[in-house]
Design a protein around this ligand. Structure first.
Ligand code: KG4
Ligand code: ZN
Length: 353
């Protein structure tokens, strides 16, 4: 396993990422190129623009990952690439690059599910983490509670019936006139520290549904109404807001965050109860995906796992948001189980992917 060296490529949304990881879990390199200028300009991800941005930097990002690892493609054991879920235009850029490289250097290809990669990177961080375990995966597009039985064998306990929590963070940040160049989540987390989380009483979603599903569309609507009633104008960036205006924006941010995360806490509590009926031996809750890089989210979930006698495994923020390491590592896990595709033909026509 130590001899394995896998390149991971990730282009499912707005980050172009590549990394080289060794079979023993050593991270040899990790490169992420973000589309900050596009995010700021469009206030979110525009698929066609994102595709162009990926195409412009993909060769450079992969080359940099190889250079930083002091390797050439010839030294690789395999190439792992995210094939979904995500924006199809963007995914194709990564898949095309992976197939081209694998074809030229006769390397096997490993197709990776983006959410499985968010989940399994926890096993790279925490070597004690064995199946079965639970995972809460929270990102811009997904909100999943799963029971991970074994590699490739997952039971979904809950998912969102409308939006994911990251989407709610991003929209709230946009409506509050925050700087969107790093995506809304981090900016909102920062502003929420200044606010009073009890000042606005948003109601917790889906209280009456005794299941493990999520809903964030209703909370978004509540936030929108609160923004209207506080006369907040998103056209005025927070940096130009009066101190009183800034204060109400911070109160909304903090109140939103409290309830958005309380919803996660309640669902996790129930999911742990459910999971234990299926698998009494679980010891860990993994929390991963972009929103898991939020310090408040981490602290609240730490509380939930303690109460339930579990251990929290939360990758460092850089490995929670989209990255190439999680793709390479998940590739290694699958490769070791013999799950990979043979090298594509070297002269493969690009239209194939
Ligand atoms: O996993 P990820 O990088 O990409 C997707 O697979 O969607 O997650 C991106 C999401 C965005 O909605 C972003 O606003 C959110 O994660 N996010 C955060 C934080 N950092 C990133 N949300 C809240 N607090 C943060 N610190
Ligand atoms: Zn993601």
């Amino acid at each position: 396993k130590d001899d394995l060296v896998v390149l991971g490529i990730e282009t499912s949304c707005d980050d172009t990422a590549a990394a080289v990881v060794r079979g023993n879990g050593e991270i040899l390199s990790q490169v992420v190129s973000s589309q900050a200028d596009l995010l700021a300009k469009y206030g979110g991800v525009a698929p066609k623009m994102a595709e162009e941005a990926h195409s412009q930097v993909i060769d450079q990002v992969v080359q940099e990952a190889l250079d930083k690892a002091n390797l050439t493609a010839r030294n690789l054991s395999a190439v792992a690439v995210t094939i979904g879920p995500g924006l199809s235009l963007c995914l194709r850029v990564g898949v095309r690059k992976a197939r081209k490289l694998a074809g030229s250097f006769n390397l096997p290809i490993i197709s990776i599910h983006h959410m499985e990669a968010h989940c399994l990177v926890a096993r790279l961080i925490e070597r004690e983490l064995e199946f079965p375990f639970m995972a809460l995966l929270i990102s811009g597009g997904h909100n999943l509670l799963i029971l991970a039985h074994d590699l490739g064998h997952y039971i979904q306990l809950g998912t969102t019936i409308d939006d994911a929590i990251g989407e709610a963070y991003d929209k709230t940040a946009k409506w509050l006139g925050l700087d969107m160049s790093r995506s809304g989540g981090p900016a909102l987390e920062e502003l929420a520290r200044e606010g009073d989380a009890e000042s606005i009483k948003f109601s917790t979603p889906m209280k009456q549904h005794r299941d493990c599903n999520f809903s964030y569309a209703g909370l978004k609507t509540q936030v929108r109404l609160a923004i209207g009633s506080h006369n907040i104008n998103a056209e005025i960036p927070i940096s130009s807001a009066s101190s009183q205006d800034r204060r109400s924006r911070a109160d909304i941010a903090a109140s939103f965050q409290r309830v958005a995360v309380l919803h996660l806490e309640e669902r996790c509590d129930r999911a742990i109860e459910w999971a234990r009926k299926i698998e009494p031996s679980i010891k860990h809750l993994v929390v991963s995906g972009g929103v898991a890089s939020n310090q408040y989210v981490r602290a609240r979930l730490e509380h939930v796992v303690k109460k339930n006698n579990l251990q929290l495994v939360c990758p460092p923020p850089k490995l929670c948001t989209d990255n190439g390491v999680m793709v390479a590592w998940t590739g290694i896990e699958h490769f070791c189980m013999g799950r990979f595709d043979p090298p594509p033909p070297a002269d493969e026509h690009e239209d194939y992917v």
